[in-house]
Ligand binder design. Structure first.
Ligand code: FUB
Ligand code: ZN
Length: 639
């Protein structure tokens, strides 16, 4: 396409590829306008982010930095060696936010906390309040659990965001100093570096690639490559938990701690993008396929086990004990977006959509003040909640508060996961009201998605005589859609998930895509014991669930859905900030309190086969747990 004038500012967000990156697509510029995501992002900007500093103060994170800086006295506060990362993730989120709008109060808080971080750094670049204050400065003695490089990674990511957003060098200087220190310490035997090691929690790898992108300093890319390569060689005892059982390029399945695995894979995709290495790319494609076919919950949630926050076995996807950590959903979005850019394939953005709308968004309450760390697919009647971080009830903050600021940073940078460009034109991956473009074209999208399926695109800027292609992702869930260009309705073929509209465009040209949003039943894979024979209700990208609040007079464990009866859609502006519900027919069985009975059951001792009819109201999963405590379920038996 010929170059005209700048249509939108170049994107200020994560994954700023270098000009040499070998990817099929590049992130496009985007701004989000009114609508579903705008509302949630506004709550993020007005409620969650401004509350961050107070929460970090009361949890002790900022106090620890002051202690390390020598400007306060007292004891280290916090239960984990990685509490610094809560500060860094908040700084990253606030920086992405500042890139979008001026906010003096937020900017002042960022300045204050950046100064605190800088003051806590040691003269040689090292920074970790836990090791400085609790471990007497003893470094790199506990790489398996100590999280020193994990903390460095989040610091680096915050610094990159701060620099990209504000152009200011203060935090980037801190990050570079730390990265230079790491580069002087870690390396292969024989490299002259004193330590051949990796961190039990990947994160520094993807951060170092971003630092390379921000500074052009190739040493950081090489160091990222070194860390990725050294996983799987037994440096940490060979545990899958630490991503150390098998070298990544030889892996055939995702395994171990879900967030650790996913951050490592995001780094591998970053490296593949910047180096063009085919083997790392095919490793990512292979593992993504394994993950999505056998280890992904319907909500996009990942990590089946509470124990070790682990992926678990293929098809081991429990409901009430699903772990599905909010951070794992975020890491999945980050990884999938990198694969989408690398390959140009729509399937990655299909998973991003499922995850964003469900497993991710359920992590934060509608008011932006309470959080879920684990995201179960069922809460039983009579559930006794033990409270704590892994509660099925929303919590104001956690002892291990990794998820809330992670949600904040993804919401604040969400526009960078929506659109891309290539030589052919512009690709729209997600349907969000806003403006998308490159330095040559600009398209405006208007929609009330996911409540309604109509998305109207207007071409605002385009080169005069040069054709280009507007590509729209047709979601995997979509069984029927229509496209209108002007007065005509077209039956365009879908090419591997993409609807491609090529022509010479004129400003004002309109394309209207209608995705038919019929509610649907989704059947469970029979290999998943927990949900065999069950169905889930979905509508568009949203998974729905039953909540006790909508079903007074009894619990949800006895409910059966009748799949032969039609599903109805009810828009409910009065409910949960305005949602569309799906109404289904079901029955409430009267099952004897026995637990089991002889098979085949003798007539008469059968559990009540019919039970009383009951109207089932299914609300979108991302808004569950915003009313009084009660039971919830996604998967429903049909008999
Ligand atoms: O270990 C740091 C963070 O804490 C992980 O990313 C989460 O899974 C939680 O374990
Ligand atoms: Zn987390």
């Amino acid at each position: 396409m010929p170059r005209t004038r700048s249509a939108l500012p170049s994107p200020v967000g994560p994954v700023r590829l270098t000009p040499d990156a070998r990817t099929a697509l590049r992130p496009a510029a985007a701004t989000i306008g009114a609508g579903f995501w705008h509302e949630r992002r506004t709550t993020n900007a007005r409620v969650s982010l401004p509350q961050g500093p107070d929460l970090l103060e009361s949890a002790g994170n900022l106090h620890n930095l002051r202690l390390a800086a020598g400007t306060a006295e007292g004891e280290f506060r916090g239960a984990y060696p990685f509490v610094d990362t809560d500060v860094y993730k908040w700084l990253e989120a606030a920086s992405w936010q500042l890139a979008q709008e001026d906010d003096e109060a937020l900017a002042a808080e960022v300045d204050r906390i950046v100064a605190l971080v800088a003051a806590a750094q040691q003269p040689d670049g090292y920074l970790n309040t836990w090791f400085q204050l609790v471990k007497g400065g003893e470094r790199y003695q506990d790489l398996r659990w100590g999280h020193e490089l994990y903390c460095a990674g989040h610091l680096i990511q915050a610094a990159v965001a701060h620099h990209r957003a504000t152009g200011r060098p203060e935090l980037l200087d801190v990050a570079r100093k730390f990265a230079d220190h790491l580069d002087s310490v870690f390396g292969l035997p024989g490299s002259g570096k004193p330590l051949d090691g990796i961190d039990g929690h990947p994160e520094v790898e993807t951060a170092l690639v971003e630092l390379y992108r921000e500074t052009g300093e190739r040493r950081y890319l090489n160091l990222a490559g070194y860390f990725v390569d050294r996983h799987g060689h037994g440096l940490l005892g060979g545990e899958a938990y630490c991503q150390d059982r098998v070298p990544l390029r030889e892996a055939t399945d995702v395994e171990g701690h879900a967030v650790r695995q996913l951050y490592l894979l995001a780094a591998a995709a970053d490296l593949a993008a910047e180096t063009g290495e085919a083997e790392l790319r095919s490793t990512g494609e292979r593992l993504w396929r394994a993950m999505t076919t056998t280890k992904t919950h319907l909500t996009g949630g990942l990590g089946a086990h509470h124990d070790k926050e682990d992926f678990g076995d293929p098809y081991e996807l429990p409901n009430e004990r699903a772990y599905c950590e909010t951070c794992a959903a975020i890491a999945s979005v980050q990884w999938s977006w990198r694969l989408a850019l690398l390959t140009g394939e729509a399937r990655y953005s299909d998973l991003i959509e499922r995850t964003l709308f469900n497993g991710f968004l359920a992590g934060v309450s509608l008011d932006g003040e309470r959080w879920l760390y684990v995201n179960p697919l069922q809460v039983r009647d009579g559930h006794t909640d033990t409270g704590g971080d892994q509660s099925a009830r929303r919590t104001r903050w956690f002892r291990c508060a990794c998820c809330p600021p992670n949600v904040m940073r993804l919401l604040a940078s969400l526009q960078h996961y929506l659109a891309s460009s290539d030589e052919q034109g512009l690709q729209i991956h997600q349907f969000v009201t806003g403006t998308y473009g490159t330095d040559q074209v600009r398209v405006r999208a208007e929609t009330d998605y996911p409540w309604h399926g109509t998305i109207a695109f207007t071409v605002e800027e385009t080169p005069a005589d040069s054709p280009w292609t507007l590509s729209l992702r047709i979601p995997q869930w979509c069984r029927e859609f229509r496209v209108r260009c002007g007065e005509e309705t077209y039956d365009f073929p879908v090419d591997d998930g993409w609807l491609r509209l090529s022509r010479t465009w004129t400003p004002g040209d309109r394309v209207v895509l209608e995705l038919v949003l019929e509610p649907r039943l989704t059947a469970a894979d029979p290999r998943v014991d927990a949900v065999r024979g069950c169905v889930a209700i979905e509508r568009g990208p949203l998974v729905h669930c039953l909540e006790q609040a909508d079903h007074p007079g009894g619990g949800l464990d006895d409910i059966v859905l009748d799949p032969s009866r039609p599903l109805a859609v009810k828009h409910r502006p009065d409910l949960l900030g305005g949602v569309t519900t799906v109404v289904a027919a079901g029955r409430r069985r009267r099952i004897p309190d026995r637990g089991w009975w002889p098979y085949p059951t003798a007539s008469g001792s059968d559990p009540e086969p019919d039970g009383e009819p009951v109207e089932l109201t299914a609300v979108p999963y991302p808004v569950w747990a915003n009313r009084e405590d009660g039971s919830m379920r996604v998967w429903l038996p049909t008999s």
